[in-house]
Design a protein around this ligand. Structure first.
Ligand SMILES: Cc1cc2nc3c(=O)[nH]c(=O)nc-3n(C[C@H](O)[C@H](O)[C@H](O)COP(=O)(O)O)c2cc1C
Length: 212
């Protein structure tokens, strides 16, 4: 993270006047990378919205700045997967209250279930995390009784490799390739906001300052 971003006087008028679009893009990269890599980051969880106007919290697993691509993990049976396959428009929101930075993103979602990347992510997950994908019915299914969705034998255990093997079929990656970032920094001296649009010729971009 750039020193000036973490400095307590980042919001000082003389410093904020020197802010450039490159600083904004670097800040977005640093914060999303930290969000993906640290559970302690406020940006470790994101609000993901789909074209059906539904929203949900998801854990940010990776940010690839070269591709401007976010990675999430999900259950292939969940309603959002069907919605994204039908209409790939996705928006993602993160906010760090301590840093006073909000990042709104619009992009294209794609779900991968059988790719080498999905295989690698599954292999890297703990059996405890894999256990979630053992649920008998997909997320958001109606149940006659309150339930974790898990089979009885899987409740409260850290399962073995053999026990979670069948869960692999329910595991999916959700990639969101961001086409537009909206960055807002709240400063006592005057807020700052920038919109960065990705142009087709990666790594190209255009940017505008916006009234916050
Ligand atoms: C802190 C937190 C983290 C979550 N992480 C994920 C996640 O990484 N992937 C996921 O599919 N759902 C995650 N969920 C659950 C979703 O918010 C949502 O309830 C579930 O995916 C069903 O969503 P859907 O019916 O919109 O498909 C998380 C919920 C919370 C509260």
């Amino acid at each position: 993270m750039a020193d000036w971003l973490t400095s307590p006087d980042f919001g000082r008028q003389d410093r904020i006047m020197k802010l450039t679009f490159e600083d904004v893009i670097q800040d977005i990269t640093d914060r999303l990378t930290a969000g993906a890599n640290s559970r302690k980051s406020a940006m470790h969880t994101a609000v993901v919205a789909t074209a059906d106007c539904d929203v949900r919290v998801m854990v940010l697993r990776e940010y690839d700045p070269a591709l401007r691509r976010l990675r999430f993990h999900t259950d292939a049976r969940s309603p959002k997967v069907a919605v994204i396959r039908d209409n790939p428009l996705v928006s993602v929101l993160v906010y760090d209250a301590e840093a006073k930075v909000q990042i709104r993103m619009r992009g294209q979602g794609i779900v991968a279930t059988t790719s080498p990347q999905a295989e690698a992510a599954w292999d890297a997950a703990t059996n405890f995390a894999k256990r979630c994908y053992l649920a008998k019915a997909g997320p958001s299914s109606v149940s006659a009784e309150q339930t974790s969705g898990l089979p009885d034998w899987a409740e409260g255990i850290n399962p073995t490799d053999a026990q979670v093997a069948d869960a692999r079929q329910n595991f999916a990656l959700l990639y969101v390739t961001v086409t537009e970032f909206d960055w807002l920094y709240l400063a006592n001296t005057g807020h700052r906001r920038a919109k960065v649009s990705v142009t087709p010729d990666l790594p190209g971009w255009t940017a505008d300052w916006l009234v916050p």
